[in-house]
Design a protein around this ligand. Sequence first.
Ligand SMILES: NC(=O)c1ccc[n+]([C@@H]2O[C@H](COP(=O)([O-])OP(=O)(O)OC[C@H]3O[C@@H](n4cnc5c(N)ncnc54)[C@H](OP(=O)(O)O)[C@@H]3O)[C@@H](O)[C@H]2O)c1
Length: 254
Amino acid sequence: MGLEIFELKDKIAMVTGATRGLGEVSARALAGAGADIAVCGRSTDDLKRVTDEIRKLGRKSEGFFIDVISKPSVSEAVDRILETFGRIDILVNNAGVNFRVPVLEFPEEEWDRVINTNLKGYFLVAQAAVPQMLQNGYGKVINMSSILGAVGLPHQVAYASSKGGVDQMTKVMALEWAKQGVRVNAIAPTYFETELVTQIRNDPERFKFINDRTPMGRWGYLPELEGAVIFLASPASDFITGQTIYVDGGWTIW
Ligand SMILES: NC(=O)c1ccc[n+]([C@@H]2O[C@H](COP(=O)([O-])OP(=O)(O)OC[C@H]3O[C@@H](n4cnc5c(N)ncnc54)[C@H](OP(=O)(O)O)[C@@H]3O)[C@@H](O)[C@H]2O)c1
């Protein structure tokens, strides 16, 4: 068997939070491996920018508004994707937010926003997109987790709780759908330079702490996420389900 086990030709991928950062990287990686892409997000300008870039790679792509914390918005987006593409073979649950203050100062509204986006959002999107995968007897769900699902860091109570939840959600979904052809796995990245972590990137002490804490001595480069995304979306990972793959320069080894 050759490299065709990583081929995504004729596959349709739905990627949430694809308007920038790791979602955009994931969408482009999947397109590069041959998939057509439903680019999902909230910013009309960025939806257009990313779909235009994917079309330049020779793939079909359309932008879809989605607010992952709203069930009606999620249902509408999935219905429109199915009308446009006919199927969703690959779902990348990726839209996420963070808020960083100590536990005792953490506002309830921010707890709700982080948990609802990062945890309930993944659940709502999977609930809407997976039934047709089960009917088709085939699907790949990739939940974007974080090293914070496994390790703790101060000031990230809602984010770490949400990502721990994503890892557990991944296992339960994987178990429920294992015999019906739908594989569910998570990717847990360390720090990659995106808008989500600008505040930390711009703080020399925190930036140094992350470099020092990482066995490989640095943050991830955006293209270094691509291999895990393509692998988990492709037939190469067909006998893998319920796992979390760490793309973290070794952070979680110790
Ligand atoms: N960057 C890292 O170092 C890192 C590390 C580990 C894990 N992650 C995870 O990777 C994922 C992507 O993070 P990122 O770093 O790429 O962040 P980012 O650059 O801030 O992008 C976040 C994306 O999520 C979208 N989004 C947020 N709330 C949404 C909502 N309610 N409905 C729909 N879309 C929404 C944003 O769209 P809008 O433009 O509409 O806000 C944006 O497209 C997250 O799950 C994050 O936890 C990131």
